[in-house]
Design a protein around this ligand. Structure first.
Ligand SMILES: Cc1cc2nc3c(=O)[nH]c(=O)nc-3n(C[C@H](O)[C@H](O)[C@H](O)COP(=O)(O)O)c2cc1C
Length: 405
């Protein structure tokens, strides 16, 4: 385990959480320093005082510098590269203050360094109260500044790839294999992570959505947003959640890939014996959900589901790579099977007998949801989001209105 981070530290795949965690460690050291101040007059440089002084020295001599370097060499330059408008102005004012803080804190630390070294060695027991106070106050204000502005800005502006880049740089600085960053570097700790979820708070503010911005036809509006999702290279832009409801009224949901959308609706392909297909047979109403986190957008779509024509399903089936077609034939989707080996045997048997141009199995094809309601959601600051919903009218036209966030 790295010396400078305790076992419960978040992984470097969450670099902003790591920086915040470092602040927690700094606050602990500052409070040790303050306790040492009141301990020394009564107990002198006893064992407890020597250990406390040693711990504070160790932290501020090394780990604190790594933390400053993370900000100076990575976080601030990366923010400068992406910040625009108000963010750029905030950063322009803030970055010099942060850098000056680092310099001033280094100077203030020099005052304490000598005194703490003597205490750690047991050769002196004096610690300047004013030096401790100045150091603690400056550090606390500095951390607050960063937590209130730079950290939320990074969470808002950095793409997953930029977060990974920051995490890798920070890990490298601490001599940790950057390759390990992609996974979780911290051991799984379900209760702690479960609680920490409450602190995951991202403010949105990239864009707004006004009644005047949106197009009259929600399918054209969807097309516009989809193109923007493609342009922004969001992760799996055509992945959508499909929620169905079984005959007993219980809902279930899963991700599928939308393969076509047009004035008729949203089409995906699947197995007609699967759980979703069985539920749709019992209740043809479903809900789709796209979440494009990089754009702080979601689109909710509700309507009735129909099957695509055999010709359409054939056309799409034959456009797929051969191995995907063989998989579709070999898998009785949603049915239990003993183990992976049995699944592989089924695939091999199909591959051996199906030839190069297997026919589409009758139980595989498309579903199309014909929308009756489409809602566009754009994240805004402080959870005061924009929502515009379209509802299909009896005459086939669309009416739209704003919903409260
Ligand atoms: C990103 C992603 C894309 C998926 N695309 C499809 C798809 O297009 N069709 C499909 O049948 N299953 C797809 N799946 C698998 C489904 O989520 C699900 O496991 C499967 O359809 C069985 O669901 P069911 O048992 O509820 O019918 C995808 C899963 C993921 C995570």
């Amino acid at each position: 385990m790295n010396d400078f981070l305790p076992d419960t530290a978040p992984g470097f795949d969450q670099p902003i959480a790591v920086l915040k965690h470092c602040h927690g460690r700094i606050r602990k050291q500052l409070s040790t320093l303050e306790r040492l101040l009141s301990h020394l007059p009564e107990h002198g440089a006893d064992e407890a005082a020597r250990q406390a002084a040693g711990a504070v020295l160790k932290y501020f001599e090394k780990a604190a510098h790594l933390h400053h370097d993370d900000e100076e060499q990575n976080l601030i330059p990366m923010l400068r590269a992406v910040a625009q408008g108000d963010d750029a102005a905030t950063l322009q004012a803030l970055a010099p203050v942060i850098l000056q803080d680092h310099k001033d804190m280094d100077t203030l630390w020099q005052d304490l360094h000598e005194q703490l070294t003597a205490i750690a060695e047991g050769s002196a027991s004096t610690l300047s109260a004013s030096a401790v106070q100045r150091f603690c106050q400056r550090y606390s204000a500095h951390m607050e500044r960063e937590e209130n502005t730079m950290a939320p800005m990074a969470l808002r502006l950095f793409s997953p790839a930029q977060m990974a880049q920051l995490g890798e740089a920070m890990a490298r600085r601490r001599g940790i294999d950057a390759g390990a960053v992609a996974g979780s570097s911290a051991a799984p700790n379900a209760p702690a992570i479960g609680e920490a979820v409450a602190d995951l708070r991202k403010d949105y503010g990239q864009a707004s959505l006004n009644e005047d911005d949106v197009l009259d036809d929600p399918m054209l509006q969807f097309t516009r947003w989809f193109e923007q999702a493609l342009k922004a290279q969001v992760n799996e832009p055509n992945a959508m959640n499909v929620a169905t409801v079984a005959a007993d009224g219980r809902p279930s949901s899963r991700i599928v890939l939308v393969k076509q959308f047009d004035e008729r609706g949203f089409t995906w392909y699947t197995n007609y014996d699967s759980r979703k297909a069985q539920e749709l047979r019992a209740n043809p109403y479903a809900a789709l959900l796209f979440f494009w986190s990089e754009l702080e957008r979601q689109v909710r779509i509700e309507g009735r589901v129909e099957t695509t024509s055999a010709e359409e399903s054939d056309k799409y089936f034959h456009s797929r790579p051969l191995k995907s077609r063989l998989s579709a034939i070999a898998s009785q989707q949603s049915a239990p099977i003993d183990n992976r080996a049995a699944l592989e045997r089924n695939y091999e048997a199909v591959a051996a007998s199906a030839g190069d141009a297997p026919a589409r199995p009758a139980n595989w094809g498309g579903f199309r949801l014909v929308p009756e309601r489409i809602e566009f959601w754009q994240g805004r600051r402080s959870r005061f989001h924009d929502r515009i919903v379209y509802e299909r009218q009896e005459d086939g036209s669309w009416a739209r209105q704003r919903l409260q966030p």
